[in-house]
Ligand binder design. Sequence first.
Ligand code: IVH
Length: 668
Amino acid sequence: MDLQTAEHRAAELRNLLNQYGYEYYVLDKPSVPDSEYDRYMQELLELEAKFPQLNRADSPTQRVGGNILDLFEKVEHTAPMLSLGNAFNEQDLKDFDRRVRQAVGEEVTYVCELKIDGLAVSLRYEEGLFIQGATRGDGTIGEDITANLKTIKSIPLRLRENVSIEVRGEAYMPKSSFHALNKVKEERGEDLAANPRNAAAGSLRQLDPKIAASRNLDVFLYGIGAASKIEATSHSEGLNFLDRLGFKTNKERQKCGTIDEVIEYVNGWVDRRPHLPYEIDGIVIKVDSYKQQSELGTTAKSPRWAIAFKFPAEEVVTTLLGIELSVGRTGVITPTAILKPVKVAGSTVQRASLHNEDLIREKDIKLGDQVVIKKAGDIIPEVVNVLADQRTGEEVDFVMPSHCPECENELVRFEGEVALRCINPKCPAQIREGLIHFVSRTAMNIDGMGEKVISQLFAENLISDVADIYKLTGDQLLALERMGEKSVSNLLKAIEASKSNSLEKLLFGLGIRHVGAKAAKTLAQSFDTMDNLASATKEELLAINEIGEKMADAIVTFFEQEEAVELLEELSSAGVNMEYKGAKPVSAEESDSVFAGKTVVLTGKLEQLSRNEAKEKIEALGGNVSGSVSKKTHLVIAGVEAGSKLKKAQELGIEVWDEEKLLVEFNK
Ligand code: IVH
């Protein structure tokens, strides 16, 4: 066969196989027997082996790449991947409806959808070709898991139209795949996966795409991040558009004209939920009209035009085998119930929170008791109460120790607090927990340095404070259990990368009392540098809206400690960034700039400032920067050699500025 004939045949086979795959995996309506699909696949594999130049990124043979990755690259999302506010009962839904209708001042149609219990993913297509898939991460930065997502057969490698689009959805593990996986794990004597969501997340976090491929994951797409063209003015039309492009969407969605209809839909699923072939943890309710959605806008965390109804918690009975005590980062002693493993709300549970000593006493919990466990979705299971009438007399009282289980210092209870605390600042458990907190995702986000690695490093005396993390050498890490060359090199890269984090990550990581992730961001935005914050007075701190008395005191006290000053100096000389890098907070309502509440697209090459600088500036002035031009775009900034986006803006009659005009506006 000559190259030209082969090329022709390969294209034909690719089209056929993509079509059959679409019918099988997306529509769930196969039109040919499996054997026929397999035969064409074999033929294409052979052709591509013989003529490697025929290989295309959208070939169905490319689903499982041969290469094992070193690590997942970070991906910045074009627009943040938000989460949803929650509703737990009918009243919450009615309140949501009232807020929505008050804000838009007209009739509202809702779309109800199943809330799939998996993990959020973003898929990017350029000119119809799948080019990148990412996890949600912290909402702003996710991880590039393209190779793993390609193994999900319902994710099209090529769309049915040549559009550039970023779509979002939920990757999940069907119940059948979950049971099959646990069966294999059981046969191999491995730990079982707790629930399909964890199993799906674990599968997509494998560096070897062959493992992800073997897990039979699936996906439902539920939204559009950005697109070169959207032929829709509402969410429901948007979903139909996704269907037309070849994406798999969930067909149980329903439009509802009133909140009573929404409630009926929600209640209908409470009983039908167990019969679905995948897990859901609630119902998502969205305002249908895009126009109304943009009028409603979003808060920092979630859109005001959508809400998630969470199904009520499930309860089961099991035996309390023991109570374990742990020492947290702040010295608080937390008791945890150790249970006879039991299934509840789709997970196997063997530990449950007991909160504190008072709760154990109030509920009269004894070791060996039959206890009622409650679990809702991803919330940590709790002990609700004891079945005292089932006691045999063998149960024993639990006695809280008087000394720290880790350092043996005497425990204290401050007035007005329920928690028992270890107040020894040198308590190894507190130091270790502080280190674990420092590397965690919301803090410095050092991948590959989880609880196990920290505990080993700490036990071996290789780290005793957070600055020591930046002194670790490859040889020291190689000597740890289960650390090969590759994981060591990844870990060193991750440590290095964490040095350039924006200030709020470091601030949160330091574990200053009362300073959570949100407060850390506010502080970083307000003070810009660690030095400014360190020299801030209590009055200056209190002048900031969200900072109260307690937090201001804690911050001042923290920076007064000599140890803290030394630690920060060490971190700084190790090269850890001490400045805020993100945008300044200005709400669209507050900002009186021309960008306030506007969607702006940057295209072409800017000469005076980088794209990122322009983006941050526009956002700081209350604007939104989007990647593609649509009817919703208000303004396009066209640099040198602007191409198709500029043309599109002109066609749509959108206002266009050059860089000069942008700079004038910035300098106003
Ligand atoms: S809409 C802007 N629709 O639930 C909010 N989310 O906190 C976009 N989820 O992790 C979310 N099914 O991945 C939406 N039909 C659905 C969903 C859904 C599951 C997940 C989502 C996110 C969480 C929301």
